[in-house]
Design a protein around this ligand. Structure first.
Ligand code: ADP
Ligand code: ZN
Length: 608
């Protein structure tokens, strides 16, 4: 039913997915692949990558093969497509022989628009033969950064994907990823033989996410305050570095009335899968996880992503925070970090595996992350610059909302450095930040007495600042590279840069640490936005629609968002359509869903 003015791609977007218009970049990519071109697509998480291969697969003749490492999510992805009326299936190790047989038969009979495959299946001769027996319209390689050996998501099976090109030279390939510095992009292109492909780089901005970073004082309490004051009843992800802290924080939240589930590699596969399924299916659950969790989680209504430990790189941080707010509604990316984080990560890098070049690279990643944490400028501008893109101060990050004050910390810096100089002579002991602060504050504790440090000239010269303030000074000195951590004991040592400060040739500016930097400003900004989206009278209707959706999702055993997204329900609750035709004009209501749920939605609206 394509009308002459509407190209088939746009028609498919509207009819099948129920969306009005393409987002930035989607149209060009889709047209390029429909025409048979190869593409390498860089788009932020939540940017809308899936449509870039789903629409070409629907428009081109044959079945689109999607290679994805996310076996545990294939069922959900296929369910979501089927709810749209798309003929989709998957093949992976979770199926038994008979289940696979059915899917294979559908594929060879030309009854599938999309077939999801785990990468390891492509190594099997049987899979290659199967693909030869059917009609393949394109290969989509999702999470393409898994081919990069330096990333933490490396999957050896992805290396075999370089063979696709030789085996099926005429079938277009589209590789997609959200992880994308110059270096990673180059690695993906060469390993997947996509040097000749057209590269599409979308804007990395995620304007609906509010970025906030604050010094860590009591991480658990800070998190609880955030969730209670701004994210009551919201779904979200909390990232921690260790399994132990995942368990502890999940328990702490649960004790405090927030339903939270743990997720880490040490848990039984079954428990992990069950927790993931609950997080996807139920409304308002919090997942406390290590970074093992989250890739490919396309739950659209994750309202916050919190980091309780410093991420190792800006790339990782941006990918993790990008899991918030895929539906475009206001969301929070919040990070608490402290002195100990910096010390731990530096030690981990220095004492870690790999050659010197690898360690240098990791240290550079960490430095960029620290620069982001300590910046007094717009966080978003910094993030975009990191990905090589320009940006303007955004008005929706902590530094824009409450511009941090800077202060001249040269004298305190000198005091810390002179203390470090005096301790440096006794190499074999761990003289960490805490000890230095104790000396500056003139505390006669056991360690100070043991090493006779109360006789040092610097003893007690720092009573003008409080303990936390000193820790802030040390942290910022570390971040600025004016002191370093020695790997074996964690002792603080001078760097080449320190001398200039000690000699008084260089001033040191620092961010002023405030008690609770932005929670307030952010809250009002958020509240204001939420009101714009949903007027008070629409709220009960929205809740009624959500209740209908929850019941329907349960009945069908699919996540609620597979039925309709929150954003779609919000639009229905304000537009109050009274006919199927009007309902069909709401964003996110395509032909299939209109036919399936239209009457029920209108009834729910009328049931006042
Ligand atoms: P990514 O894979 O890039 O992280 P997705 O493909 O999951 O992102 O898309 C993110 C969200 O945006 C999804 O909920 C999707 O339905 C929605 N979306 C994508 N393209 C459009 C569009 N053109 N109009 C409206 N919503 C869109
Ligand atoms: Zn900003």
């Amino acid at each position: 039913m394509t009308s002459p003015e509407t190209p088939e791609t746009l028609d498919t977007l509207r009819r099948v997915f129920g969306y009005d218009a393409f987002r930035d970049g989607q149209r060009e990519i889709i047209e390029h692949v429909v025409a048979g071109g190869d593409a390498l697509v860089l788009m932020p998480t939540g940017g809308g990558k899936s449509l870039c291969y789903q629409i070409p697969a629907l428009v081109r003749k044959g079945t689109g093969i999607v290679v994805s490492p996310l076996i545990a999510l294939m069922q959900d992805q296929v369910d979501a497509l089927r709810a749209l009326g798309v003929r989709a299936g998957f093949l992976n190790s979770t199926q038994d022989f008979d289940e696979r047989r059915v899917v294979e038969a559908q594929f060879t009979a030309g009854e599938l628009d999309l077939l999801y495959l785990a990468p390891e299946r492509l190594k099997l001769a049987a899979t290659v033969e199967l693909l030869d027996r059917g009609d393949v319209s394109l290969f989509a390689i999702d999470e393409a950064h898994c081919v990069s050996q330096w990333g933490h998501d490396f999957r050896p099976d992805y290396l075999t994907l370089s063979g696709l090109h030789e085996r099926w030279p005429d079938i277009p390939r589209i590789a997609l990823t959200a992880t994308a510095t110059e270096a990673t992009r180059g690695e993906i292109a060469s390993r997947l033989r996509l040097e000749q492909a057209r590269h599409f780089v979308a804007s990395f901005d995620r304007p609906n996410i509010q970025y906030r970073i604050e010094p860590k004082t009591d991480a658990k309490r800070q998190l609880l305050r955030l969730l209670q004051s701004e994210h009551k009843g919201d779904a979200g992800i909390v990232y921690c570095l260790s399994r132990n802290s995942v368990e502890k924080n999940a328990a702490f939240l649960t004790e405090n009335g927030i339903e939270a589930l743990p997720y880490h590699a040490g848990l039984d596969a079954e428990i992990r899968a069950a927790n993931q399924a609950r997080f996807l299916r139920e409304d308002g659950l919090v997942m406390v996880a290590t970074i093992a969790f989250g890739m490919g989680i396309d739950k659209p209504d994750v309202r916050f992503v919190a980091h309780l430990d410093l991420p190792k790189s800006v790339e990782g941080y941006y990918q993790e925070t990008g899991r918030a707010g895929r539906d475009g509604l206001p969301s929070t990316a919040w990070l608490a970090y402290g002195l100990q984080d910096v010390v731990n990560l530096r030690k981990m890098i220095d004492g870690g595996e790999g050659d010197a070049a690898h360690r240098r690279r990791q240290a550079m990643h960490l430095d960029s992350m620290l620069a982001l944490c300590e910046t007094v400028e717009c966080r978003r501008v910094q993030l975009l610059n990191y990905f090589g893109q320009p940006g303007e101060p955004c008005g929706n990050c902590d530094t824009c909302l409450t511009p941090p004050e800077t202060w001249d910390a040269t004298v305190p810096a000198q005091k810390v450095l002179s203390t470090v100089v005096r301790l440096d002579r006794e190499r074999r002991q761990k003289f960490g930040a805490g000890h230095i602060v104790d000396i500056l504050l003139g505390k006669k504790n056991a360690k100070v007495i043991q090493f006779d440090h109360d006789s040092l000239k610097v003893f007690g010269i720092g009573t003008d600042l409080r303990d936390v303030e000193w820790r802030g000074v040390v942290r910022q000195l570390l971040a600025q590279g004016l002191i370093a951590v020695e790997s074996d004991h964690g002792t603080l040592v001078l760097t080449d840069e320190s001398a200039g400060v000690l000699r008084g040739e260089r001033t040191v500016m620092m961010r002023r640490e405030t008690e609770r930097p932005v929670a307030k400003a952010a809250k009002t900004a958020k509240a204001a936005k939420a009101q714009v989206e949903l007027p008070a009278e629409a709220m009960p209707i929205f809740e009624r629609l959500r209740a209908w959706r929850a019941a329907t999702a349960k009945e069908q055993g699919v996540p609620a968002y597979v039925i309709f997204h929150d954003a779609t329900l919000r639009e229905i609750a304000t537009a109050l359509p009274t006919s199927l035709a009007a309902l069909g004009r709401v964003n996110g209501v395509g032909e299939n869903k209109l036919a399936k749920y239209g009457d029920q939605v209108l009834e729910t609206l009328a049931a006042d």
